[in-house]
Ligand binder design. Structure first.
Ligand SMILES: [Zn+2]
Length: 474
């Protein structure tokens, strides 16, 4: 039997488990950093499978590490499991039908993400055990990808530092190894404090916190012209002071996201945004405090390891769907708008790939896109970034969704509980497990992957989150 056949058979052994994990977590649909039922379920699951589980890592009650084996190489699989607000939806139902109006739903497919990574961890354990091979298998239960960014605290605590290989995947509409990075993101709030007064009677006695926010924003708007074009600075008024125009508002808060291709670039812009806040406070006679919420590194794909994943992915092959899946996929497709459908082509173009690689009439992706490493960032951010600075990391997308599905949508919640997602999740487990085995058995590659990491990071990872800032689990 080829390695691919051995690994496929080992993952197939756990098919019922993988689907059970995915569907159970789908049903929990818990908010980021509050995945209590999910973490408890996973803990029990891994303990029953003979893993040692440590819970409550890096000051987060729902962060855990399940491990098996000893010695090197050490392989870590990252598993996410948080859901999104307002995306409750019946499983496999192509008509918008919330189970509970306004509730959370798995609109980013993280139920599949964790289940696929868990399947890979179990298969790799069996492979090492049955072949009497040294090595450690870890499954990282990483909470709050959507809200709270658990991995940045797990990285800060050094939990990824000893990994030889770090692997993960994301439910997707296409099958491909991630060839681009993501944007670093600094999330920060500025709260201004002034003096309240009657806006008509004694305005000269008032000092407006709202004015400070407005002036700060004017400053940041002017700043945008003079920062690198790839950077993004967006804002929201968290507290605009109040609803009464006849009161001088003494408290106001504005929230910024500062994104750039590299953390160092985001930090440089952040320093300038802080200067602007100081200027706004001076102009208005107010004081201000800076509340850094999160600082997420850009994703650093390890090209050496990604090439191994590409090979594994091509050997395993894309998911194969049946007639019922295609029929369901066509129903979902009817709910997409033109822009969603056009995104299939624009995503290909964004990866510098031929836009004909996916035909207009294709509803499910059943091939594998070529892997072409690119020196550019996709527009979003992910906390896999911090892990990728600690250890050689590779990540892929596997089709669990219909081509053209809008991101973070009720359609994804529905599909993530369907047989389409079950098939994709099993393929993801196989790709991750085979990548791990191929990597562990290639000492030269492991060395080269580490050297590549060292070269691109300049050595040690330094968290962008100061030590005194605790995870936001509230
Ligand atoms: Zn996601």
């Amino acid at each position: 039997m080829s390695k691919k056949e051995i690994i496929s058979a080992l993952v197939d052994r756990y098919q019922d488990d993988v689907i059970h994990v995915s569907d159970t977590v789908w049903g929990f649909a818990e908010a980021g950093m509050k995945e209590y039922k999910t973490a408890e379920f996973y803990t029990k699951f891994f303990e029953e499978k003979g893993f040692k589980v440590e819970v409550g890592m890096a000051d987060m009650p729902t962060a855990f590490v399940a491990s098996w084996g000893e010695g090197t190489p050490i392989v870590g699989f990252l598993g996410e499991f948080d859901a999104l607000p307002l995306l409750s939806q019946e499983a496999a139902c192509p008509v918008k039908t919330p189970i509970v109006e306004g509730a959370y739903g798995h609109g980013c497919g993280h139920n599949c993400l964790g289940a696929g990574a868990a399947g890979a961890a179990l298969a790799l354990r069996d492979y090492l055990k049955e072949n009497n091979l040294p090595g450690t298998v870890r499954f990282y239960g990483t909470p709050g990808e959507e809200y709270g960014s658990g991995k940045i605290y797990m990285a800060r605590a050094g939990l990824f530092n000893d990994l030889d290989v770090c692997l993960t995947w994301h439910p997707s509409a296409t099958n491909n190894v991630w060839a681009t990075s993501s944007l670093a993101n600094i999330s920060v709030m500025f709260t201004f404090t002034g003096v309240t007064a009657h806006a008509a009677g004694n305005p000269h006695l008032g000092r407006s916190a709202l004015d400070a926010c407005e002036l700060m924003n004017v400053g940041v708007n002017y700043l945008r012209e003079h920062i690198i074009p790839e950077a993004r600075v967006h804002y929201a008024y968290v507290n605009a002071g109040g609803i009464a125009p006849n009161v001088v508002h003494d408290k106001a808060t504005i929230h910024y996201f500062i994104r750039a291709p590299k953390m160092s670039q985001a930090q440089e812009i952040y320093a300038r945004v802080q200067d602007i806040a100081e200027g706004a406070a001076k102009m208005t006679g107010t004081t201000h405090v800076v509340d850094l919420k999160e600082a997420i590194y850009d994703y650093l794909p390890n090209i050496t390891l990604s090439k191994v994943m590409e090979k594994a992915m091509n050997e395993i092959g894309a998911p194969e769907f049946d007639e019922a899946d295609y029929a369901l996929a066509r129903e979902f497709r009817k709910t997409f708008n033109e822009g969603n459908l056009a995104s299939v082509k624009s995503n290909l173009a964004g990866l510098s790939l031929d836009t004909d690689l996916i035909g207009d009439d294709e509803v499910l992706h059943t091939r594998i896109l070529p892997y072409k490493p690119l020196n550019k960032a996709m527009s979003g951010s992910t906390d896999v970034g911090d892990a990728s600075y600690c250890a050689p990391t590779a990540q892929c997308g596997v089709a669990t969704e219909v081509l053209g599905t809008p991101g973070h949508s009720w359609q994804i919640t529905a599909m993530s509980g369907s047989s389409i997602a079950h098939k994709g999740t099993m393929v993801a487990a196989k790709v991750l497990a085979l990548t791990a085995v191929m990597a562990m058995e290639d000492e030269e590659m492991l060395k080269a992957a580490k050297e590549e990491l060292k070269k691109s990071t300049g050595g040690q990872y330094v968290s962008a989150m100061p030590a005194h800032i605790k995870p936001n689990i509230g």
